[in-house]
Structure formats: structure tokens, C-alpha cells
Write a protein that binds this ligand. Structure first.
Ligand SMILES: CC(C)(COP(=O)(O)OP(=O)(O)OC[C@H]1O[C@@H](n2cnc3c(N)ncnc32)[C@H](O)[C@@H]1OP(=O)(O)O)[C@@H](O)C(=O)NCCC(=O)NCCS
Length: 303
């Protein structure tokens, strides 16, 4: 399990601060998936100006269309961080990362400088939280949701979930129901996002498991080959954050990094110059397990 609340505070025994290394880039294999958790997209005011500098013209235009400053700033932060993260794998400048979009809006890399690593990615944000998932040669979809306790779960489930899912939700105890609801929501979204087809896939046309005691699984899809094609993972987030990941095939290794903005008042943590435009952020390696697959230590840590 990943103690999200502790990660946000930067205080958990499962956290290790260290700089990313070249080895962590070059040894990122098709068997593994990297996850980057950003507990807060709200960057310190002093960094706000520098943040948008790596964005492309169309991203800046999109940012300008947000009505509320908070939404605009979070979008800018989410895209800037995406560029920073991808530039680490591609060994290029964040501004050189070039996106193209599938017909239903899924972003992908237009071209990959230097090596053909067939890097794939997906991201999700909910409120101030963001999660990025990176893979090589495997389609991938991720979804995180901050659970809001005052939602009308029965109404939403009735509108979006498949009949079997609604029934499964009603069978849960009141204590488990909210978790079950968000398990279902994030798993369905992650699957739809992995396929990249957005809401052109009717959400009630397939089923996922949802009970907290059941293993995460894609249970029913119209094309049975789909069940073989994907693996579905619960990200094991605690607190009020739920998250799911859907990956083509079955990765055998996860690495999880947590991104937080540099805080000059913190000493003793590694300030990583991962992001030239933004100056400093902190990157933490988190350890734990996702679906029984251990989150492994990075291959190389600085001495
Ligand atoms: C766009 C959609 C793919 C995800 O939307 P979402 O869950 O609201 O948002 P998330 O934060 O998880 O994901 C958004 C990110 O996914 C990526 N994305 C956009 N379209 C995508 C697509 N077709 N496939 C995969 N990823 C996509 C983008 O990077 C986007 O962020 P950005 O534009 O800021 O870079 C789509 O599934 C949707 O609109 N869902 C509506 C949610 C809903 O009604 N759910 C009902 C309960 S199950």
C-alpha cells in the first residue's frame, strides 16, 4: 500500500530521497512501468512564472481558456511536469517534447529523439493530485480520483456503471461502498484511457471488479481477447485517493516516484535538477507493492 497522506507530507518510512540517475533512464525496460505521483500540482508562487515556459503554443492557448486561475495553474503545472518527466526518459529538453493526439484526445509522443524507446504514457489528475504512468511498448491508462464523500454514488453508478457493477456495489456494506464505488470508477476510466478511445466506449459495455476484497480485474468485455490483452492494477493508494492502472500485457516491475516542489527550508533531501525551467523539485523513490508485484528500488542510487 502507498500511504498517500504520508507521501503528501513527505513523511513515510517507505520514502527515500535521492537524485535520479542516468542508469534509471537507460535501464528502464519494456517489462516495467514507472509511476510518478504528484501530491500537489499547486506550485509555490515564486515558480509559477517559470512553469509555463516549456509549454507549446497549443498548450498555452488551452491554458488561457481556463476560466479559473486555479484550474489554469494546475493544467500548466501538470503539463510542465509531464514534459519534465518525459524529457528525463528521452534525454532531451522539456520544451523539445512534442505531442500528437489520437482522435479521442489521448496524447502521445510525436517522435522520440535519439533512441527508439517506444515510450508510452498516460496521466490523470484529480483536484491538486496527479499521477503519471510511463511504459515502453505497452499501451497504458491511469486514473486517480479524490473521493468526495458527499457524492450521490447510487445515482452516478446507475448512470455510468454496468448492471453487474451496480448490483455488486449494492451488495457491499455501507463501510466498503465508497471504496467500491471509486475502485469501479478508476478501473473503468483507466481501461478506457488505456484504449485511448475515451467515452466512445460506453462505460456500461464492460465490467470490472470493485469489492475491496476482490482482486482488481477486467471481468467482462464484448471482445474476449481484450481480457487477455490487458492487466488491471489497483494502485493501493490510501487516504482519500483511489487509483487504477491498466497496462497492455503484464509488467513484472514497478518503480514509483513522488514529485514535490523544492522547499528551500528542507535540508538533507536531494534537490534534483530534473527540471531546468523550474529549477528544483524533489524526487522520492517510494517502496511498497502494487498487486503483489514489488515496487523495486532504483537500479542505481547516487553514492
Ligand atoms: C478524457 C477522459 C479520457 C478522462 O477524463 P478524466 O477522468 O476526467 O480526466 P483525467 O485527469 O483522468 O485524465 C485526463 C488526461 O488524460 C489524457 N487524455 C485525454 N484524452 C484521453 C483519451 N481519449 N484516452 C486516454 N487519455 C486521454 C490527457 O493527458 C488528459 O490530461 P491533460 O489534457 O490535462 O493532459 C474521458 O474518459 C472522460 O472524459 N471521462 C469522463 C469521466 C466520467 O464521466 N466518468 C464516469 C464514471 S466511470
Amino acid at each position: 500500500m502507498i500511504d498517500f497522506a504520508a507521501c503528501s507530507r513527505g513523511r513515510t518510512s517507505d520514502v527515500k530521497d535521492s537524485a535520479l540517475t542516468v542508469g534509471e533512464r537507460s535501464e528502464f525496460t519494456p517489462d516495467e512501468v514507472d509511476l510518478w505521483l504528484v501530491p500537489s500540482l499547486d506550485c509555490p508562487a515564486g515558480l509559477q512564472g517559470a512553469l509555463g515556459q516549456t509549454l507549446s503554443g497549443d498548450e498555452s492557448d488551452r491554458a488561457a481558456r481556463f476560466h479559473f486561475a486555479q484550474d489554469r495553474n494546475r493544467f500548466i503545472a501538470a503539463r510542465s511536469i509531464l514534459r519534465e518527466i518525459l524529457s528525463f526518459y528521452l534525454n532531451c529538453c522539456p520544451a523539445e517534447v512534442c505531442f500528437a493526439y489520437q482522435p479521442n484526445g489521448k496524447p502521445h509522443l510525436r517522435f522520440q529523439p535519439l533512441l527508439n524507446k517506444d515510450l508510452r504514457f498516460n496521466l490523470s489528475h484529480s483536484g491538486e493530485v496527479a499521477m503519471y504512468a510511463i511504459s515502453r511498448g505497452r499501451e497504458i491508462g491511469v486514473d486517480v480520483e479524490l473521493s468526495r464523500l458527499n457524492i450521490s454514488w447510487a445515482e452516478l453508478a446507475g448512470s455510468f456503471f454496468a448492471t453487474g457493477e451496480v448490483a455488486a456495489l449494492h451488495r457491499l456494506s455501507a463501510k466498503d461502498r465508497m471504496r467500491g464505488f471509486f475502485n469501479c470508477w478508476t478501473r473503468k476510466e483507466a481501461y478506457v484511457k488505456a484504449r485511448g478511445e475515451g467515452l466512445s466506449i460506453p462505460l456500461d459495455a464492460f465490467e470490472v471488479s470493485l469489492a475491496p476484497t476482490d482482486p482488481p480485474a477486467l471481468c467482462r468485455v464484448s471482445d474476449p481477447k481484450e481480457l487477455e490483452r490487458w492487466s488491471l492494477w489497483d494502485l493501493g493508494l490510501t487516504g482519500d485517493l483511489a487509483g487504477a492502472l491498466v497496462v497492455e500485457g503484464k509488467p513484472s516491475r514497478f518503480r514509483l516516484f513522488s514529485w514535490s516542489w523544492a522547499d528551500s527550508s528542507q535540508s538533507g533531501t536531494a534537490a534534483v535538477r530534473l527540471c531546468p525551467g523550474v529549477n528544483n523539485c524533489h524526487v522520492r523513490h517510494l517502496f511498497g507493492a502494487i498487486g503483489g508485484v514489488p515496487i523495486t528500488a532504483p537500479l542505481h542510487t547516487p553514492g
